[in-house]
Write a protein that binds this ligand. Structure first.
Ligand code: PLP
Length: 392
């Protein structure tokens, strides 16, 4: 068994070896600026065109609908801010959900300070948006619906097709943050009513600092980074050539293995959830039981602090993540866990484990044993647990 059991793939993934190898020549061999005229820069131009094609192929898009960015956050900012600017004559109302990634939520808040109005949709106890509430929220001045494909904390997959259909019926644009979903579950923009979609290389075994925004042909948008003519004058700046080659390669590899990875991860996920729910008392599963990302496990353990659990798991060589935002200097539990209705004290005891296809059943067994021991030890020290036992 590995010395390190990495179960934080929603935070980032390992750049796979074939991706690294595909990138290497573009650092010091084919380093020409793709915008230059001499033939030496042609290697870069060709590599970018190839990567754009690889991404478009997975997504069912046209290559010219793919715009490279410096990651998922930039793609989200671009989709929301540029749409707001381009369509503000039509209206200044945007609809999103309460469980979006901060790259979406904070961008919406930024626009609120600049005269836009934002509706934040509720989600049910599984983290699914309410389609009726969405329909009721659409107004004549609504210009954009931005709702994530799948949630990064609890893994719940949204009814994206239905959301897109509602957007179409009302002539409103639909953007989806698919950073957690792209290359993990099938997504085809030729089958789904999606107008814009964000994704990020480092969430599917590509490099960090590279992502893309898909913009359906015919949609009015504005340049996001001003300067040179790169990315059809929409996103200036010398291209991140090795990064672009890497994200293209990662998408190609992910496409080849999608089905087996999905099956393997779902198997490991359900095994881990099943064993913990059965063998540890006072635990609940956060997120939808079945309609969730294949690799996402999120559990709330009553009477303990997720942070303490994480530290003790770390000492056992296990990397996970908690449901609170302590790492960002705040003691508030995650906005996602509060939105699904968890009381603060239960949200604080949440643990997110996100798997990859490299994990094994033996690792899951080890993780279950460690969690059982640690949860018991932490509860034995917990005054809350003692009070609870006395009163029951
Ligand atoms: C990671 C993540 C992002 C941000 O992507 P970066 O490439 O790290 O900027 C945005 N949205 C979701 C859902 C994510 O999981």
């Amino acid at each position: 068994m590995n010395e390190l059991i990495y179960l934080d793939n929603a935070a980032t993934t390992k750049t796979s070896q074939p991706v690294v190898e595909a990138m290497l020549p573009y650092f010091s061999q084919y380093y020409g600026n793709p915008s230059s005229v001499y033939s030496f820069s042609g290697f870069g131009k060709e590599a970018i065109a190839k990567a754009r094609g690889q991404i478009a192929h997975v997504l069912g898009a046209n290559p010219e609908e793919i715009y490279f960015t410096a990651g998922g956050s930039e793609a989200d900012n671009w989709a929301i801010i540029a749409t707001a600017e381009a369509y503000q004559d039509k209206g200044k109302h945007i609809i999103t959900s309460k469980i979006e990634h901060h790259a979406v939520l904070h961008t919406c808040q930024y626009l609120e300070k600049r005269g836009f109005e934002v509706t934040y949709l509720d989600v049910d106890e599984n983290g699914t948006v309410d389609l009726e509430q969405l329909k009721e929220s659409v107004r004549p001045d609504t210009i954009l619906i931005t709702i994530m494909f799948a949630n990064n904390e609890i893994g719940t997959i949204q009814p994206v097709k239905e959301i897109g259909e509602i957007a179409r019926e009302h002539g409103v644009l639909f953007h989806t943050d698919a950073v957690q979903a792209f290359c993990h579950i099938p997504i085809r923009v030729d089958e789904l009513p999606i107008d814009m979609l964000s994704a990020s290389g480092h969430k599917f075994n590509g490099p960090k600092g590279i992502g893309f925004l898909y913009i359906r042909k015919g949609i009015k948008t504005k340049s996001f980074i001003h300067g040179g003519a790169q990315e059809r004058k929409r996103r200036a700046g010398t291209e991140n050539l090795p990064g672009i080659v890497g994200i293209g390669k990662a998408a190609e590899l992910a496409e080849e293995t999608l089905k087996e990875r999905q099956d393997k991860e779902t198997g490991l996920r359900d095994y881990l959830i099943g064993r913990i729910m059965e063998e540890v008392p006072y635990v609940r599963l956060n997120g939808h039981r079945t309609n969730r990302l294949p690799n996402n496990v999120n559990l709330a353990f009553q009477f303990i602090e997720g942070e303490s659990l994480l530290i003790m798991l770390d000492m056992a060589g296990i990397c996970g993540s908690s449901g609170s935002a302590c790492t960002s200097g705040s003691l508030d539990p995650s906005h996602v866990l509060l939105a699904i209705g968890l009381p603060h004290e239960i949200a604080h005891g949440s643990l997110r484990l996100t798997l990859s296809e490299e994990n094994t059943i033996e690792e899951m067994d080890y993780v279950v044993e460690k969690i059982k021991g640690i949860v018991k030890r932490l509860r034995d020290m917990s005054p809350l647990y003692e009070d609870y036992l006395k009163s029951h």
